[in-house]
Design a protein around this ligand. Sequence first.
Ligand code: DAH
Length: 336
Amino acid sequence: MRDELEQAGRQALEEISRAKNESELEQVRIRFLGRKGKVTLLLRSLGDLSDEDRPAMGKLANQVKEKIEKSLAQRVQALGSQVREAVPSLDITLPGRKWWTGGLHPLTQATQEIVEIFTSLGFRVATGPEVETEYYNFEALNFPKDHPARDMQDTYYLGDDLLLRTHTSPVQIRVMESQGPPVRVVMPGRVYRNEEINPRSFTVFYQVEGLYVDQHVTFGDLKGVLAAFVERFFGPKTSLRFRPSFFPFTEPSAEVDIGCFICQGKGCRVCKRTGWLEILGAGMVDPAVLEAVNYDPEEVSGYAFGMGVDRISMLRYGIDDIRLFYENDLRFLQQF
Ligand code: DAH
């Protein structure tokens, strides 16, 4: 028994020194110290020995077992430091690396927020092309042939009849052409104007257009839906007023102001001392527009509105230069 124990011990230490990784070491442990391992079986057979032999053999068996355990532990450590030496620059105490994920542009965020408010009020979403024809951008929207907005200085023409749309209102026409009443849609999108570039105006900007046509739609419905929008977008205590205005495609037309949320209507630099901020244009769809899409103005009526996403985002966040939205400076964008 003594020989067997000593031989098992030597064999185990030899195998441990040859093990190349932790799983090989574990195999060695199982072969010697596992439930059916060599040393375990020898320990178990101590009971068969005579009373004189048992204490000495027991002691030896335990020494062998402890030696194997100690050697296993040392080898585990040594393997670990081998890994660390093979990859010396691995400092596992360093903090983890931060993930840089992309974010949505503030104008995309604002557009999504506006669209969500209207879809929750029963509006569907529609989009149209940025390259339009004179017919959709002007003609069908009741712009007279000599209207100044048709002039070359506002509109980017791409050819005789093709242009970059100057507003999202042409999508109204496309939606109504594609279906009969009732329609209730919001139409977000990018628009282009050949304007002087300065802190207040840029050649590209974003709008969200709204349209509701059905039987018995009234100006009161328009006020109700815009009041609900303003409350959700600018906050519950925001006041609202309609000023008479003119657009070729609506009659009557209005410009909508909200009470200046910076000075609470008292008058400040942002609202130019008026206490009010203009946020959108709106009105009742002109019968000529309904006729252009073969809707019967005797049967149905509707309202429309259009807002500049850039403008209301500038108001909401106190941004004083529209060009910041288009420079893609991360120091600006990461604030949103
Ligand atoms: N299309 C107008 C613009 O770009 C905005 C507008 C005003 C849209 C009144 C409308 C509306 O639908 O009813 O300035």
